[in-house]
Design a protein around this ligand. Structure first.
Ligand code: PLP
Length: 402
């Protein structure tokens, strides 16, 4: 055991690109997971929001089971009976424009890549940008995934260093600074790509006028506003989209994580027909994108969100979460807490050790969270958590801060 651990975090035959907390899970239901020894833990990470409806939500599991007995994969060489309903109901749920299109993919990074390709091609075909000159404005501290193009415009040294040569065509501006964003747009700019709330960076909520100002700057310059809602979307912020909080309508919205119901990877680009229309047969695709099992699960996810009840619950429980975290800040036990919906980033004083150390102390108290950067821990419970369960977890957080 000691020898492999000496080379990074490799254990046995498993590549060492993660450093998980020391727990081995074998079961889960709702907000709870169980380890191989039968110990139960409250999951306050929820798969980075991929588990917005908790583990094995009965409605989602039933739809997945039923679809397993019907049809699982066709490839896009053939149509299947859930593809059009999926596109229609997802477009309606997101509710940007009546005639929006939906382009299904699998992982979040693929949705980001799809948006980059669509924006560039739209820039050349429609906007008349000079060949291969398109630029996309992105924000400092962003997290959009792990492909070589996406890490090219990451500002996280761990994520980026060593993976060049980097894809050109991106301009990084400070997050939350509308003037800098506006100044970075020129005649080559085809899109501005932003997280409405930066999740991986530690649940960073920009000033309330930031996204509206970004929207205005994009509209003025005929540039696409692309909202990466892969982590912030689908109920997490107490609204269907984080953009809904400030009434901003992006040109393209990227969804992933929770869209797969914690069962299968499902992502999608939702947005302007005249933009997504530039992707014609042969220009883009995916073997698994929009497969029947994915569509069945995603349709069930859309069904859960159509009533608005999960969004309302996230908003209500989020107010409680914010009140409790703000009290800890007021008592000096936390340096800062940023809460939006049922989602929080808390910054720890160094006297309490690192985010990792707190995560380990919480693990010992049967609560699962994960540090993001250094002194910051993210709290993102399933939206289905009860208030009592949330309080149980927060009581243990208080205990672990001693
Ligand atoms: C997780 C995430 C991604 C990447 O999603 P994957 O499914 O891991 O590829 C992209 N953008 C944001 C905002 C994310 O949180």
């Amino acid at each position: 055991m000691d020898t492999p651990l000496a080379t990074g975090h490799v254990v046995g035959h498993l590549a060492g690109n993660y450093r998980p907390l020391p727990v081995t899970l074998a079961g889960g239901e709702g907000a709870w997971v169980r380890d191989v020894e039968g110990r139960e833990y409250l999951d306050l990470l929820a798969g980075y929001s991929a588990l917005n409806f908790g583990h094995r939500h009965p409605v989602l599991i039933a739809e997945a089971h039923a679809q397993l007995d019907r049809l699982t994969l066709t490839s896009r060489a053939f149509d299947h009976d859930l593809l059009l309903p999926f596109a229609e109901r997802l477009a309606r749920l997101v509710g940007l424009r009546d005639d929006d299109l939906v382009l299904p993919m699998n992982t979040g990074a693929e949705a980001v890549e799809t948006a980059i390709k669509a924006a560039r091609k739209w820039g050349y075909d429609v906007r008349g940008v000079a060949p291969d000159a398109a630029t996309i404005v992105v924000a400092d501290g962003n997290f959009h995934g792990r492909t070589t193009t996406i890490v090219s415009f990451s500002t996280d040294d761990d994520a980026r260093r060593g993976f060049g040569p980097y894809t050109p065509g991106f301009r990084v501006v400070p997050y939350g600074d509308a003037e800098a964003l506006r100044a970075a747009i020129d005649e080559t700019t085809v899109a501005v790509l932003l997280e409405p709330v930066q999740g991986e960076a530690g649940v960073i909520v920009p000033p309330a006028d930031y996204l509206p100002a970004a929207r205005a700057a994009c509209t003025e310059a005929d540039v696409l506003l692309v909202a990466d809602e892969i982590q912030s979307g689908l109920g997490r912020t107490g609204t269907t989209l984080a953009c809904d909080l400030v009434g901003v309508v992006p040109d393209l919205v990227l969804l992933g994580k929770a869209l797969g119901g914690g069962i299968v990877p499902v992502s999608a680009v939702v947005g302007r027909r005249d933009v997504l229309e530039v992707l014609t047969p042969g220009t883009h695709g995916s073997t698994f994108g929009g497969n029947p099992l994915a569509c069945a699960v995603a349709l069930a996810v859309v069904g859960l969100l159509e009533t608005g009840e999960h969004q309302a619950r996230a908003a209500e429980l989020g107010r409680h979460l914010a009140a409790r975290l703000d009290a800890l800040v007021a008592e000096g036990r936390l340096v800062a807490a940023r809460t939006v919906g049922l989602w929080a980033g808390v910054d720890l004083d160094v006297v309490h050790g690192s985010g990792r150390a707190l995560s380990e102390r919480l693990l010992a108290r049967r609560v699962l969270v994960k540090d993001t950067h250094g002194q910051t821990v993210r709290i993102a419970p399933p939206l289905t958590i009860t208030r009592d369960e949330l309080d149980w977890g927060l009581d243990r957080l208080v205990d672990a801060l001693h």
